[in-house]
Design a protein around this ligand. Structure first.
Ligand SMILES: Nc1ncnc2c1ncn2[C@@H]1O[C@H](COP(=O)(O)OP(=O)(O)O)[C@@H](O)[C@H]1O
Ligand SMILES: [Mg+2]
Length: 331
């Protein structure tokens, strides 16, 4: 694989979910690439489709009620086309995910050791003893004190931060090429949050892993990501290198999001900004730009708005907005 080829390439991913109220278009034609050693952050308000898109690309959404379209290429192989058997060999091994809720993702009736050793034995050619050693090594790596003793403990014997570390150890146990971390630090206090961020970055440097860092908090992204994709109502509205996104945001939604988080180094004389209104209902998405109702710089009327494709506005910088001119910050 050449350095310029992405290890993970998400192409035109769509997810529709059948509900009693009708079909919800939850992920609407998103595309992004992640290169080896790179971190791409997927940022957006709660409900914007971040988790569903991650589950879809891991092929973890039950179909039906979900219907998944597009392509998800891992080193050129489409995960959405392979057999479930092939997927089982890849998932947890070459691409792994830290799930949003560690409290419910760990099995309460199995020890941490049992839960760690199982995927290691499934994917790596190790004896039971060697797999146990590997589990100890992983717990040590994620900063769990006295790991050999902790292997026989159950999840409830760990604090929230420690459980999150265990989840990360499980995801990293088989040296994945791609790690998807879905709100991996959201439930944690800021100190633990910072430790986990540092931990993943350190491991990434050592293992060359690519990371998709999913969060609703644009504030944490600055120190983590190389590139950022801003999601809204199932679409990517802006994608840019992290510095460009902070210094020269082009989409009115991105400027609104940035104004609503305290950003170090940027003076804000006024109170933090809150974008008025609510995201659209995925069962009844409006035609054209999904952000129009809440947009501070929108053109009138909506009927003139056709769906906005992402278009380049700078080096590696794309935006899906017809009125995205020079940045105009709120707040
Ligand atoms: N099983 C489901 N059935 C119907 N709608 C769902 C289901 N799961 C998620 N959704 C909807 O999909 C949208 C995106 O959800 P999600 O991906 O969890 O958002 P995020 O992770 O960005 O907070 C939301 O509108 C949510 O209500
Ligand atoms: Mg989520």
């Amino acid at each position: 694989m050449s350095a310029s080829e992405p290890v993970l390439s998400v192409r035109n991913l769509t997810v529709e979910i059948g509900t009693r109220r009708g079909t919800a278009r939850v992920v609407n034609d998103i595309s992004y690439d992640v290169h080896r050693g790179e971190t791409v952050a997927i940022v957006g308000e709660s409900g914007s489709g971040k988790t569903v898109s991650a589950l879809a690309l891991m092929r973890l959404l039950p179909e039906p009620p979900a219907r998944v379209g597009g392509r998800v290429l891992l080193d050129g192989v489409d995960l959405l086309r392979g057999s479930e058997r092939e997927l089982c060999r890849i998932r947890g091994h070459r691409i792994a995910m830290v799930f949003q809720d560690p409290m419910t993702s760990l099995n309460p009736v199995l020890t941490i050791g049992q839960q760690l050793v199982e995927p290691i034995r499934l994917h790596l050619p190790l004896t039971a003893g060697a797999a146990r050693d590997r589990a100890v090594e992983m717990l040590h790596l994620v900063g769990i004190p006295a790991p050999r003793h902790r292997l026989d403990d159950y999840p409830h014997q760990f604090s929230g931060g420690m459980r999150q570390r265990v989840m990360i150890a499980m995801a990293l146990a088989c040296d994945p090429e791609v790690l998807i971390a879905d709100e991996a630090t959201t439930a944690l206090d800021v100190t633990t949050q910072a430790q986990i961020v540092e931990l993943v970055a350190g491991l990434q440097d050592r293992m060359g892993m690519a990371v998709v860092w999913i969060t609703h908090d644009l504030g944490v992204v600055a120190g983590i990501a190389d590139r950022v994709a801003v999601m809204y109502a199932g679409q990517v509205l802006e994608e840019a290198p992290v510095d460009a996104l902070y210094e020269d945001p082009r989409h009115p939604y991105t400027t609104g999001l940035l104004a609503s988080v305290p950003t170090p180094g940027i003076d804000r004389p006024h109170r933090l900004f809150a974008i008025p209104g609510l995201p659209p209902d995925p069962v009844a998405l409006p035609p054209g730009c999904p952000f129009w109702d809440r947009c501070a710089v929108r053109g009138e009327p909506r009927a003139e708005f056709t769906p906005q494709p992402l278009r380049p506005v700078g080096s590696d910088h794309q935006v899906a907005c017809s009125c995205a001119g020079p940045a105009a910050r709120h707040g």
